[in-house]
Design a binder for this molecule. Sequence first.
Ligand code: PLP
Ligand code: COI
Length: 339
Amino acid sequence: MENLDWKNLPFGYIKTDYNVRCVYKDGKWGELEVSSSEYINMHMAATALHYGQEAFEGMKAYRGKDGKVRLFRWDENAKRLQQSCEGIYMAKLPLELFRDACIKAVKLNECFIPPYGTGASLYIRPLLFGSGAEVGVRPAKEYTFVVFVTPVGPYFKTGFNPVKIAIVRDSDRAAPLGTGVFKVGGNYAASMRGTERAHDAGYGSPMYLDAKEKRYIDEIGAANFFGIKDNTYITPKSSSILPSITNKSLIQIAEDLGMKVERRPIEESELSTFEEVGACGTAAVISPIGEINDLDSGKVYTYCKDGKPGPLSTKLYETLVGIQYGEIEDKHGWITIID
Ligand code: PLP
Ligand code: COI
């Protein structure tokens, strides 16, 4: 793709050549099909459209200096999609079908995988939804699984530079016993009010506190939160946040780097004690946070006072990205090379 400005790609949708699809009908999954259409022809009474029976995943394919293309922990995404399916009563997608569909979609769109060194990658978006017609509130009998890919740049315009975050208190993303732990579309619809409020106030993303007490940190827009102090990586334990695969990997990397790790509830007031804070996720990678503004109380927490990411966030970032691009040994078996 000679005409793509790889170094300045936004995190957005760019049409690629093919997508991959599979339908669940009469109690079983069918064959994978390749399509060059960007459209889905579906029943107007599909449960996805009315009752939000939909879940998705987000992964990236990375082209290394050696030219090889790598997937990072696809099995974790496949398992999380299965959990989402269980969470909202959809047909469960077999792990191998998830893998085959993702690999096929990447290979078919090989020319859209950004070159090494551009900071861009190929975002993989698997989605699964109720495509069968129902009018009563009940699970569909038919489901459709689609994987499309699109080349993307950094999620936050700031890239690996400090981003500003706003605590929003006048809307919740997910309830304590709701669907926050699943990657279902409804959570993102619920997060739009907070996201827009943060954007309107000039912030990169909202930070959600726990919906019950508004006391503990939940997560940041489409990313998990971590704080660092006393050589310890601390990240929230909550029943309403998405179990981030990036965060799970950073926990392991932090341990490998000799840091201590704590997963526990984090009170907002503890924000003033962290040396470094960040957001992490597939899209966000690690985004160091420079400021957190509690819009309604007026309290402001500042970090990165020299304008630069902190030393431990930088080390974690370099190690994670180094593994993803094949430059640091993959000692935990996280990488699948696509050939
Ligand atoms: N939290 C939310 C709400 C997300 O949408 C994402 C993105 O997938 C994450 C956290 C980070 O998860 P992961 O690291 O698995 O991409
Ligand atoms: C991801 O990190 O893959 C996400 O899901 C972010 C996305 C909702 C934009």
